[in-house]
Design a protein around this ligand. Structure first.
Ligand SMILES: Nc1ncnc2c1ncn2[C@@H]1O[C@H](COP(=O)(O)OP(=O)(O)OP(=O)(O)O)[C@@H](O)[C@H]1O
Ligand SMILES: [Mg+2]
Length: 170
């Protein structure tokens, strides 16, 4: 039904797929598991035709359509750090509080290099983390979300006690 043959895909020097082939047959149910940023959504985008592989082919029988629930989030700024700073509470004494956004981002696994990246170039999992940063900055008393355990673990190490009240938030 879905035939993927020898695909290769890179973003710059980052190689995501190097000669990957597989077939999904009728009535098969397949789960794709991998660490954040390792290419799961990119594979789906290629299957959907939203992204082109560098080489190889992806074929389906004519007349088949693919349903898709997107993981990605709408951001308005062109860098991660600008997007993160949008969430800082109003600052009446006008002291630069970018460091607060940076501290939470670091705790969530972002590096300094990531701060200048376009938010839409992040993997879906990191987009969720950026959204989590916005949530934690906006609310000092309560923050709720549905997210994998790894994200919660990262959030707890993000210094949430400092910015969200004693004991962090749940
Ligand atoms: N348009 C883009 N430009 C540059 N790099 C990109 C772009 N889209 C994705 N990437 C990078 O490609 C890698 C794979 O991203 P992808 O979204 O496919 O990961 P994923 O496995 O779905 O991750 P997650 O589990 O976090 O959803 C990531 O490092 C991401 O930063
Ligand atoms: Mg993804």
């Amino acid at each position: 039904m879905l035939q993927v043959t020898n695909i290769e895909k890179s973003y710059g020097k980052q190689v995501l797929f190097d000669g990957v082939s597989f077939t999904v047959n009728p009535r098969e149910r397949v789960g794709l598991v991998g660490r954040n940023g390792h290419g799961k959504s990119t594979l789906f985008r290629m299957v959907l035709g939203e992204e082109h592989q560098d080489s190889g082919t992806i074929t389906m029988p004519s007349g088949y359509t693919v349903g898709h629930l997107s993981q990605h989030i709408h951001f308005t700024e062109d860098t991660v750090i600008k997007e993160a700073c949008l969430a800082l509470p109003p600052n009446e004494d006008h002291i630069d509080e970018t460091y607060k956004a940076e501290a939470i981002l670091h705790g969530l696994g972002f590096t300094n290099d990531d701060f200048e990246r376009h938010p839409s170039s992040l993997s879906g999992g990191y987009q969720v983390r950026l959204n989590l940063q916005r949530c934690s900055c906006r609310s000092r008393t309560c923050c709720s979300w549905t997210s994998p355990r790894t994200t919660w673990t990262s959030f707890r190490s993000a210094g949430s006690r400092n910015f969200c009240g004693p004991g962090g938030t749940r």
